[in-house]
Design a protein around this ligand. Structure first.
Ligand code: PBG
Length: 313
């Protein structure tokens, strides 16, 4: 009777990896998660909808042969990402599609944008131009929300202007407003193939993602994205950044989302596999904690399993 926080299936968004291959491809570092063949993506979303999970966040695994330094495949209207959105909307029109906007699945170096002349950092403004074009293709494919996950400066304003100029007033923007330069993204990079190959050295996105030491800066970033026209503000990762979720919640009247990222999911699974933690209990507690911190919506790889457990009791 006195519980202050609830978790419902409608609060959850399932991230889904998509492949052009014919069979599901399990991701070793994400137990229970596979890249889904395009042809079965729509049915999968319809099943999620029946479970009450209305939102999906789509991430394509781009064929390595199609990657270039500039990530040109992102601007190919028949790229996997756009075919995936069409497939979902054709077979499960009620599913709310959040489509990732960033160049990392498409670039050979794995950065979220195109590199500047030094090759050491991303070129912010040229990247924003590409992100606007990507957003238009995404809207035309039928996505409900574009979700810029790149952390370039000024991209929300440019994307909003670009969408509006093409009459896409109804396409929303879920902004990755406070995205930290985190070590918890490793399994995701395996899943989309954006990690460096062995011997190439680890990729650092510290030039554009946030310093984990900073709290006020997160509110500043979120306030900027809201002023530029974001419809939902996201904090990422979630578990290690609950103070940030709370700060952003109290700084805005917009809905707040949090992304329980791949490394958070993998860590709980790994501990449970050792018999050291009770998976279902820590899953539910971690999600409730993120809600209590102030998230309206949670992107989590646990979405489907959580929703299934509610129906099976
Ligand atoms: C990149 C992107 C990343 C994630 C979502 N979009 C990784 C990165 O910044 O390298 C991570 C999500 C996760 O770890 O679950 N645009």
């Amino acid at each position: 009777m006195l519980a202050e926080t609830t978790l419902e299936a409608r609060h959850l968004i399932q991230p889904l990896f998509v492949t052009d291959g014919d069979v599901p491809e399990p991701v070793a570092s994400l137990p229970g998660i596979s890249r889904i063949p395009l042809a079965s993506l729509g049915t999968r979303c319809a099943e999620l909808l029946l479970l009450g999970v209305r939102g999906v966040a789509l991430f394509p695994k781009v064929d390595p042969c199609r990657k270039t330094a500039e990530g040109a495949e992102a601007l190919n209207p028949s790229a996997l990402a756009y075919r995936a959105i069409r497939e979902v909307k054709a077979k499960s029109p009620g599913t709310v599609v959040f489509a990732d906007i960033a160049l990392d699945p498409y670039t050979t170096h794995g950065h979220d944008g195109v590199l500047d002349a030094t090759g050491a950092d991303v070129d912010n403004d040229r990247t924003v131009e590409a992100l606007v074009k990507m957003s238009l293709l995404t809207a035309q494919a039928g996505a409900d929300f574009v979700a810029p996950s790149d952390m370039m400066d000024g991209r929300v304003k440019a994307i909003r202007a670009g969408l509006d100029a093409c009459g896409r007033h109804g396409t929303g923007i879920l902004a990755y407003a406070a995205k930290y330069c985190s070590a918890f993204y490793g399994p995701f990079r395996d899943a989309v193939g954006s990690a460096r190959r062995p011997g190439e050295g680890a990729i650092s996105k510290a030039g554009y993602q946030m310093n984990p030491a900073n709290r006020r800066e997160a509110v500043r970033e979120a306030t900027l994205d809201a002023a530029e026209g974001a419809d939902i503000l996201m904090v990422k990762p979630a578990g290690p950044y609950m103070d940030i979720i709370r700060d952003v919640r109290e700084s805005t009247r917009l809905p707040v989302a949090a992304y329980q990222v791949s490394g958070e999911y993998a860590a709980l699974h790994a501990a449970a596999a050792q018999g050291w933690l009770d998976l279902r209990a820590v899953r539910d507690e971690s999600l409730l904690g993120i809600r209590r911190a102030g998230a309206d919506l949670i992107l989590t790889y646990f979405a489907e399993a959580w929703a299934r457990d509610q129906t099976s009791g």
